[in-house]
Ligand binder design. Structure first.
Ligand SMILES: [Zn+2]
Length: 119
C-alpha cells in the first residue's frame, strides 16, 4: 500500500512553492521590442512576503506589453493606474527593461499573478 505518501490540497504548500519560484509564469513568445508597456511609479508586489518592486505595469513579475500604443486595454489599464496615483507613462518596450509578457497571452493564460495579496 502506498497510502499516505502524498498530502495534496494544503494551500500553504502551494503558496510556498509560488514564492520560491522566480519564474511564476512566462510568455513563450518573448521578444516584444517595439511593443508598448506602461512605466509607473515603483510599487511592491502585493504577494505576502515578496520583495519584488515593479517600475512598470506587471503581472507575475513580467512587464505587460501591447502591440499597439492606442490599444483600448492598454489605455484602460493606464487610466486605472493614473486613478490610484501611479503616474503611468506609455513607453516603447526594450528588452533591457526586463522580462515581458503579451497582455493577451497573459489574459489567455487566465491572468496569473504572484501569490496572495497581503492582508
Ligand atoms: Zn511577487
Amino acid at each position: 500500500m502506498e497510502q499516505g505518501r502524498f498530502q495534496p490540497g494544503t494551500a500553504g504548500v502551494i503558496e510556498e512553492e509560488l514564492l520560491a519560484d522566480e519564474t511564476l509564469w512566462t510568455d513563450d513568445d518573448s521578444d516584444h521590442s517595439g511593443w508598448f508597456c506602461v512605466r509607473t511609479n515603483p510599487f511592491p508586489c502585493p504577494a505576502l512576503g515578496c520583495t519584488f518592486v515593479a517600475d512598470y505595469m506587471t503581472a507575475a513579475h513580467l512587464i505587460l506589453v501591447w502591440e499597439q500604443r492606442d490599444d483600448p486595454n492598454l489605455l484602460r489599464h493606464a487610466g486605472r493606474a493614473k486613478d490610484v496615483g501611479r503616474n503611468p507613462r506609455i513607453t516603447e518596450y526594450e528588452s533591457s527593461f526586463g522580462p515581458s509578457a503579451s497582455y493577451y497571452a497573459w489574459e489567455a493564460a487566465g491572468g496569473p499573478v504572484h501569490g496572495v495579496r497581503a492582508p
